[in-house]
Design a protein around this ligand. Structure first.
Ligand SMILES: C[S@@+](CC[C@H](N)C(=O)[O-])C[C@H]1O[C@@H](n2cnc3c(N)ncnc32)[C@H](O)[C@@H]1O
Length: 372
């Protein structure tokens, strides 16, 4: 079956997802703001869920059309082939949606009209008037951008950042998908040594290790579409085997992760163990002031406190100054720091070789990169 998919993502990492999609064999990859589209079959549906490191979820695009009135929204939604996916007993909640620069802007009204239209369509296809909705869950989501409605079915269930290894987190953990994006932007390679001297719950070191060792981030979790009739268990089993075959079991990848907070280090160790990468990461309780290089070359990636949830702005500025003193320009060393602080370079004491805008949730940040 030729399926069109949409991948919502954090703003600024569309191109990273497009590259990942091309690498796993997806077709017709097109980037939009905070969304990437592609095509593929049922295998690709499973593969994208299991393998993509930077994506938030994978959605099936059931249809796309222009609508400026509720009548149009109803009729065009009803005209779509919902029965190709949703069976007579299945559950089909209208989960969420958003509308931007469009005539239809009431989210709750759009939600109930879409539900009515899907019900009408399925009534006519299955010849029944009441839906028990006790079967598999097909969560319908909608977006309306400049009057263009796109209707999708979610295949992921829990967001893809939930890899399954992070049960506990410290106070301000970075999202796993963002940590993976930082590793990709830093061009982390299996033969590099990764350092995170402000590691918190260890997300950057863990994502770096998963990436360097070729471990698919979704290998340990389940997905909503595992219950879909169109995506039988054999497909999931084959894709999991494919992902397992790609793991570099002889990897010599090494990461060093430290933090001043002993409780954070305990959490990080547990997370790394669950992720199956604990043998590749050395964790240590240490103040950045005492941070030392353990190797000749290294890639430092870190997510310091922003002075919002952790520390106050004056303390954070002192920490950025300390980072500037510790992260000296040396051959074979690169540093990547994500922060919303617009004066970061002033405190750090050096202009970045490259800056990249990236959102940490709703917080507009920059990744300051030093590699020369
Ligand atoms: C934003 S959190 C990092 C979160 C982490 N990326 C994660 O995913 O959990 C910043 C971390 O910096 C640590 N920290 C603050 N000052 C430090 C210092 N002087 N030396 C080492 N760690 C420090 C805090 O304990 C905190 O865990």
């Amino acid at each position: 079956m030729d399926i069109k998919f949409a991948v919502p993502c954090l703003m600024g990492i569309e191109a990273l997802i497009a590259d990942e999609l091309k690498a796993i064999g997806a077709g017709d990859v097109v980037c939009e703001n905070a969304r990437v589209f592609f095509t593929g079959d049922e295998h690709m549906l499973a593969r994208a869920n299991i393998c993509l490191r930077h994506a938030e979820r994978i959605q099936i695009v059931v249809g796309s059309f222009e609508a400026r009135s509720f009548e149009e929204l109803f009729e065009k939604t009803k005209a779509l082939p919902w029965e190709e996916w949703i069976g007579r007993d299945d559950e089909f909640p209208i989960k969420g949606g958003y509308s931007r620069n469009s005539q239809l802007f009431s989210i709750s009204d759009c939600q109930s009209i879409i539900k009515k239209a899907v019900v009408e369509r399925l009534k006519s296809k299955y010849g029944i008037s009441w839906f028990e909705e006790t079967g598999a869950k097909y969560a319908i989501e909608f977006s309306i951008m400049k009057d263009l409605v796109t209707l999708t079915i979610d295949t992921s269930g829990a967001g893809l950042h939930k890899r399954g290894y992070r049960l506990a987190a410290n106070d301000a953990p970075i999202k796993e998908t963002l940590a993976a994006s930082l590793c990709t932007l830093a061009r982390l390679r299996p033969y590099h040594t990764l350092y995170d001297p402000l590691c918190g719950s260890g997300t950057i070191a863990i994502e770096g290790a998963l990436m360097a060792m070729g471990i698919a981030p979704g290998i340990r979790r389940s997905f909503a579409a595992e219950k879909f009739a169109n995506v039988p268990p054999e497909i999931w089993a084959e894709e999991r085997t494919r992902a397992l075959d790609l793991i570099d079991r002889d990897s010599e990848f090494r990461a060093f992760a430290s933090d001043i907070d002993p409780a954070a280090i305990e959490t990080a160790k547990e997370n790394a163990k669950r992720a199956g990468v604990d043998k590749h990461i050395t964790f240590e309780v240490a103040d950045l002031a005492d941070w030392e290089r353990k190797t000749e070359k290294g890639t430092v990636i870190c997510n310091p406190p922003y002075g919002e949830r952790l520390m106050n702005p004056a303390e954070v500025n002192e920490l950025y100054k300390l980072m500037g003193r510790k992260f000296t320009r040396e051959r074979g060393w690169a540093y990547h720091i994500i922060t919303p602080c617009e004066d970061f370079e002033k405190y750090f004491g050096k202009s970045a070789d490259k800056r990249r805008k990236l959102y940490n949730g709703m917080i507009k940040c920059q990744v300051y990169m030093y590699f020369k």
